[in-house]
Design a protein around this ligand. Structure first.
Ligand code: ZN
Length: 374
């Protein structure tokens, strides 16, 4: 369950090969260990790719900043020229004034003057600013680099997403390896539940990846930039943290104290009264205290989301929504408490893949929320 930093990089293609070993009870440990070695090599490849993309981003930023410097230089030249033009205009005005005042007396004195010369002075053309024409050209170049940068950001985002998704597949493989060792001491049903959770999570990530790809295609083909917000949301799977307090109990077999020793969600160490936010927009399908199928949960809210998941918020001190209500992502739906089967204030949070949840129909919320366990 503990993702190690050096294992974080992974490769897309492996997904298919992992598919084979989900349910086979007689997986060869050596075969899996060999696969794990392959994963590490592939992780390194993706890591390299991400490094290259980051370099390209830096390069694009440097190019844009050089162009901006050029524009600044040109603007300064234009400003200088404007001053020169102003000085010249003052001179011309003075000359015009002088001539206007003196020409009648000169005519009176029958002095012949060159009319063309007078006009030339008066109508001297304003300076042509070549720099003014250069600026749009450079601005077009900046736009072009910004477009390239957008593509790089999109690819980087996709790679980072793959990395996180493949890390789940790697964890599954590690569990398979543990499973194939008889001395592991883990109850088979529980291990099966963790594996099922991981499988379902991987399916969710694949679905999310489709959405992300569509979003990226849209962003790349539009004039909008891919914002920090979009990047963050994409990597967080579209879920928002219900509370910002640290995780006090992880999902799965080893940390659980729920029935069957399997922890179906994660616990956040929040104080009584802490506002609980909806992890995603959805419909309130449960807002009650305990009740059938929700024994021990205390005051609990269950939300149905359009992406095929349900989120549950248990042990609340106060419920702030009613069944049938539509809630927005981030909306306050209740307050942290210690109701139900709970030894102290905390938020128990579940992500379910069916309405009723339970072993085999819950997934680890942590990767979906962008939480990385220590
Ligand atoms: Zn819990």
């Amino acid at each position: 369950m503990k993702p190690k930093k050096q294992y974080l990089i992974y490769f897309v293609g492996l997904t298919l090969s992992i598919g084979f070993c989900f349910h086979s009870s007689h997986v060869q440990a050596t075969e899996n260990e060999q696969k794990l070695t392959e994963i590490h090599t592939q992780f390194a490849e993706i890591e390299e790719h991400i490094t290259q993309l980051n370099d390209s981003l830096l390069q694009a930023d440097a190019t844009i900043s050089t162009f901006n410097e050029q524009i600044k230089g040109l603007e300064m030249k234009i400003a200088e020229r404007k001053v020169t033009e102003q000085q010249q205009k003052v001179q011309n005005d003075k000359l015009t004034e002088f001539l206007q005042q003196n020409v009648p007396s000169l005519i009176d004195k029958k002095v012949i003057f060159d009319e063309n010369k007078l006009q030339k002075v008066e109508l001297e053309k304003p300076l042509v600013f070549l720099e003014v024409k250069e600026i749009p050209i450079i601005e077009a170049q900046i736009k072009e680099v910004a477009e390239q940068k957008k593509l790089i950001v999109a690819e980087l985002l996709q790679q980072q997403f793959n990395l996180k998704r493949q890390n789940l597949a790697k964890e599954l493989l590690v569990e398979e390896i543990a499973d194939s060792k008889p001395e592991s001491g883990v109850i088979p049903e529980q291990l099966e539940a963790v594996k099922t959770a991981h499988q379902q999570q991987i399916l969710l990530w694949d679905k999310r990846n489709e959405d992300l790809t569509k979003q990226l295609i849209k962003a790349v083909s539009s004039n909008d930039m891919i914002t920090e917000d979009t990047q963050q949301t994409a990597l967080q799977f579209g879920f928002k943290l219900p509370v910002t307090d640290p995780v006090s109990s992880k999902f799965g077999v080893r940390t659980g104290y729920d029935s069957n020793g399997f922890h179906k969600g994660i616990d956040f160490a929040s104080a009584i009264g802490t506002k609980i936010h909806a992890a995603m927009a959805g419909e309130v399908v449960i807002a009650q205290e305990d009740g059938a199928s929700f024994e021990g949960y205390g005051k609990v809210v269950l939300l149905r989301h359009t992406n095929g998941t349900w989120t549950l918020y248990a042990h609340q001190s106060e419920l702030l929504v009613k069944v049938g209500e539509q809630v927005e992502i981030g909306q306050v739906i209740g307050k942290v408490g210690a109701t139900g089967q709970s030894d102290g204030a905390h938020l128990h949070f579940e992500v379910r893949t069916t309405l009723m949840g339970g072993m085999g129909a819950v997934v680890d919320p942590a990767p979906l929320l962008g939480i990385e366990y220590e």
